[in-house]
Ligand binder design. Sequence first.
Ligand SMILES: Nc1nc2c(ncn2[C@@H]2O[C@H](COP(=O)(O)OP(=O)(O)OP(=O)(O)O)[C@@H](O)[C@H]2O)c(=O)[nH]1
Ligand SMILES: [Mg+2]
Length: 369
Amino acid sequence: MSLVTTITGLPFVGKTTLFDLLTGQKVPTGTFAGAEAETNVGVAKVPDERLDKLVPLFDPKKVTHAEITYRDLGLAKGAGKGEGISPKKLGDLRTSDALLHVVRAFRDPTVPHPEGSVDPERDLATIDLELVVADHSVAEKRIERIEPEIRGARAGGEREAKERERDLLERCLAALAEERPLRDVDLEPDELKLLRGYRFLTLMPQLAVVNLDEADVADPEKVLAPIRAAAGRHRSSGVVHVCAKLEAEIAELSPDEAVAFREEAGLHEPALDRVVRATYDLLGLISFFTVGPDECRAWTIRKGETAQQAAGAIHSDLERGFIRAEVTEWQDMLRAGSEAEAKRQALTKVVGKEAQVADGQVMNVLFNV
Ligand SMILES: Nc1nc2c(ncn2[C@@H]2O[C@H](COP(=O)(O)OP(=O)(O)OP(=O)(O)O)[C@@H](O)[C@H]2O)c(=O)[nH]1
Ligand SMILES: [Mg+2]
């Protein structure tokens, strides 16, 4: 599965600094990109220690980590007043799997704040409101258009379907009018399916990335607790912290220096690792591995997917022609040292197409097309 995550947030909160950290790019920061700027696009390799540990066993020609595509998107200064998102940027936001809101908690007086003061909870609410406003206008327009369609439709199934859609949109509109994101509305699976086509922004999972002040890195909870509480009032919301500027400095160091510096600063894990893990948790994603002399590779699927669906993540032929899969926990594979030895020690299970795949399993699909 290929994941697209869009980074958004108020001007000058550190979006591009984070984007560079995640993707290893060097897009200039501190330039006030603003509403007119091009969207930056880059790919992050999903760090996976488990895959890294498996690699020496197989000495493969190629190692492939899972990937996430990140987009870095600026909003105009009018964000929060319903004028912050251009149609082009709305399009970028709407075609994402998740939104990543960067909120500023660093104080640095040399970096201007569009609101004149640092207040991450307020800024989070500002962007949330902007998304609610955008969705409200989509729902409103669709309702306007659907009324004549209902009048023109033949009585019976077709009209009923349109009436159901209108009623659903009316419910959405009511929630949005109360500034409630749509992911907080109780929706049946078929209603959700109907709404997918509209690509409502407030239906997307959201991760708040709190860009901490260097002085708060060692004890982040003080800053994070109120933000967690605010985000926790909504479904499909997560909170994670980074210290983008400090991490950008660390990224310039040699690996050994970086480890030492990190420990000293109390930043035990790189931003990329933390942000990616929070994204996987938020979206309910897991990884499984395929191994061999040609390639060792991590694949991303949704929690609860079956062996056959997981096979489909590799190739549609494997899903179509699925016979069975050999599954080994990654630690067992590591301990056994090879696929043959794992089998000999009965650490490898043979499973059918309905078996659920668990995070970290090594899978070998047997298929016939
Ligand atoms: N002190 C401090 N400064 C930071 C931090 N993160 C970013 N900055 C600074 O804030 C300024 C803006 O950073 P950018 O990454 O360009 O912010 P942005 O959100 O992409 O800004 P626009 O795209 O222009 O809206 C730069 O001068 C950064 O160096 C941080 O964690 N601490
Ligand atoms: Mg920027």
